[in-house]
Write a protein that binds this ligand. Sequence first.
Ligand code: GDP
Ligand code: MG
Length: 658
Amino acid sequence: MTDAINNTISTTDWDQDTKLLPRLQLVDEKQDFTEQLPEYMNQWGLGEAGFKYNVVAVFGSQSTGKSTLLNGLFGTNFDVMNENQRSQTTKGIWVSRGRGMHVLVMDVEGTDGRERGEDQDFERKSALFSMATSEVIILNLWEHQVGLYQGANMGLLKTVFEVNLQLFQHSKTSKEKTLLFFVVRDHVGTTPLENLAKTLQSDLEKIWAGLSKPEGLEDCQIHDYFDFMYTGLPHKILMPEKFDEEVVHLRQRFTDPTNANFVFRPEYHKRIPADGYHVYASGIWDKVLTNKDLDLPTQQELLAQYRCDEIAQTAFAKFVEQLAPFKSPILEKGQIVDDLGTQMTSIRQEAIAAFDKQASRYHQAVYQKKRQEMLTKLNTQLNVCFVGQLKNLYKKAIAQFDNELKQKLKQPNYNFASVVTSALSKARAVFVDGAQVLVLADTDWSYQLDLEQLDEEFEKVSTKARADEFKKMSKALTKQVENDLAEPISLALNDPQPTTWSTILLAYKSTLERGFNSTAEELEESVVTLKRDAWIVLRKKVDEELADNMLLLKLRTKFEEKFRYDEQGLPRVWKPEDDIDTYFKAAREETLKLIPIFAKIDLGEDSVDVESTEEFDFQQSLTILTEAKQIDINNRFKRESDAFYLEAKRSVVATTAK
Ligand code: GDP
Ligand code: MG
């Protein structure tokens, strides 16, 4: 195989701090593409270089000193053919990093198909590959090859041009140019470089003109795709020192951007981020091998898709890891994570930044699309936390509202309505304040529906509290009315007067006034009910007082008062001359007049504000005794009074008999 002689390295003085870097066989003899490029890129310190690296490749006939030149220019250690053995160097494409510079150097080794009459397959493949990946192509040739229009070199150039047309056939307005850097070796100097350049240039244009152009590119010019530079180098064997000197001089064009002839102009850059170089280069080689239609813009788009997905995946994995500590407390333990909004924003920001850092260097349309996809994917994940935390905030708000109501309504002296209002606004704030900060920018998240539902739930809780509160108040009021009215009703009905009812109504009204505090008034709809309930209490008390026996007792008492006692209130002792019948009749008449008074509550001038319902009719409630009842009582009382009459008569007989 090879006898690597790295004799050229010593010809130049490299900085102390730059070391010889390992080279890599990118494409081997079997035309397989290496797996090791990413590893070497990192080893070379170019893995994270972004766009800050350049690529140069060399092309030319076999044994024209290409490897020797590269080693001299870039401090690489590509194999150089051994003078003594003239053995073939290893076939394939080699790559290394320039010493002390961010430059990838590609050395193409092949059989010289033309000179040996072998097939030119590998030459074409490597030309395609180099054109697709490099900014600068060094075209290496002997001075004596210049002008040999039919020579092997021209065939090679024809291949380069054809390949280029193939690569850019789909981008008619492509601004992508490649620099063809001609290095004339063993330049003796008798023919000035300018003349050699002119000859070469006119040959190139002739070749270009003779190419069959793809459809749509019929009128394209060589300068649409290529810039040209020409230089010559002295004979290495005959003038070794001069040669080395010139090489060092030439190197500046590759390293010094301020040099007027600096070769790596930005417009030549293939814009393949360093971290995607392996995927891109191996993809190109794959296309080259399978002889598939290869065009660079498509390749760059495919690369962008592939790499953006890869970058997104890495960023996403980290994101998921960072989100996990928030997810489980929220979803499994129902906790509310403070700062969740800020945390989510920063985790998302970090993921997007990680994505942007690398992905933004790729094909812009693809990058933007993938970024949007990534954002959507992140938001979907974050939304799980958003929804979970909303649910927990919701529960907290309800619990707090319920709790605060219970606490406050236990204390003495409260205003129900303001207790509810304040508890509500506090609990609502728990939810709204918590939810507001969770809504991330660039999302369509909303908590509106949850808030509406929460308001409904609040309404349910406060309705229940109001009902409880009413029950409590109604009970208290009933008790109070009972206490307050028992005595006045009893007194008034025991001493029936025409004013009896107005006395009772007065007592009813004043007890109501005392019974309704401010709270009751805020329970507006309840006041009506409470008044009705109080009335029903009054009515019950009246019923009790005017039950048959009680009523008869009241009538009897009244009757006895009139019949058995005289005007001074002394018991009468009947004498025979007394007109018992007249007294009896008068007392009975007067007593019976009470029945209509008892029979109906007389509102008189008073107005009582009690509303009827389906079960309760206020007007009906005014009637205490029905007509039938009045007749019944009338009769029963008459019978009872008869006994008094007889008793009076008998007492006269008894007195007379003594
Ligand atoms: P490659 O096949 O084009 O890569 O050529 P090599 O770099 O392997 O060199 C082939 C042979 O040419 C080696 O024996 C070198 O010593 C010799 N050589 C290298 N540079 C020059 C040069 O500038 N002039 C001459 N005449 N010979 C050279
Ligand atoms: Mg070589």
